[in-house]
Design a binder for this molecule. Structure first.
Ligand code: ZN
Length: 243
């Protein structure tokens, strides 16, 4: 993700669900979010320190095992080889089955950091992480090439994958509330009221997080076969709920 709090808003429920199911979730947050304020007395280093602590607290609430903050300046990310290499290395170290990142392919207006992190992560996942001759130093250091199963793109205009997070909504709100520097005077009651309004509007109490899913390792045919034979084991099958 690009900024502290991005993950809580777009996938906090999914993260809570996966952590509850026993999946090992690792966060990588590229910038310090050090421009996100209207406070005339705030300055970037102070804000980055505040937001780091908010992010770590949110991770503790959700059950995230590891929270890696790369500390790039907010708003100044660039789609370059150095940052791409850092992401490749982290993917080879932590070897995820599923990656959630920003959708860089959306046509409408997008935050520069969201666009860049989505692009960098997608390029890193395919093909750089998979092919050992990209960033060869990783292999020398014992971090072998890796293949990610699935990518879930957040903020997509055309989501095709839905996670029902109704049961984990309360924890998601707890995690969002950790970002006190970002949520103004919003309280838990405001979120509860928002959910109540949604229930009236949509006629159900389900809370969903929506993504565009990009399956890399397995063919669409393998997906169909898996539906017929649910006992067949695979890492991707166990990860997110299919609703
Ligand atoms: Zn953001």
């Amino acid at each position: 993700m690009a900024h502290p709090d991005d993950a809580e808003f777009v996938c906090g429920g999914t993260v809570a669900k996966w952590c509850a199911e026993g999946w090992h979730v690792v966060y990588v947050v590229v910038t310090g979010g050090d421009k996100g304020t209207h406070d005339p007395d705030m300055y970037p280093e102070k804000l980055a320190a505040i937001r780091e602590e908010e992010q770590r607290q949110a991770c503790r609430v959700l059950g995230v095992k590891d929270c890696i903050l790369l500390g790039y300046p907010d708003g100044f990310t660039t789609d370059d080889q150095e940052l791409r290499g850092q992401i490749v290395r982290l993917l080879r170290q932590h070897r995820p089955d599923v990656v959630i990142t920003w959708d860089a392919f959306k046509r409408g207006f997008n935050h520069r950091d969201h666009r860049n992190i989505g692009t960098l992560s997608s390029d890193a996942i395919y093909p750089l992480v998979r092919d050992r001759l990209f960033y060869e130093r990783d292999e020398e250091d014992g971090h072998e090439a890796h293949e990610v199963n699935d990518v879930l793109l957040a903020g997509s205009e055309e989501p095709d994958y839905v996670v029902d997070v109704s049961e984990h909504w309360s924890k998601k709100v707890d995690a969002i509330l950790c970002h006190a520097s970002q949520i103004g005077d919003r309280t838990r009651e405001d979120f509860v009221r928002g959910r109540e309004e949604q229930r009236k509007r949509e006629g159900h109490d389900r809370v969903e997080e929506r993504f565009r899913r990009w399956t890399i390792r397995r063919s669409p045919q393998a997906d169909k076969d898996e539906d017929k034979k649910p006992e067949e084991d695979s890492a991707a099958e166990k990860a997110p709920a299919r609703n």
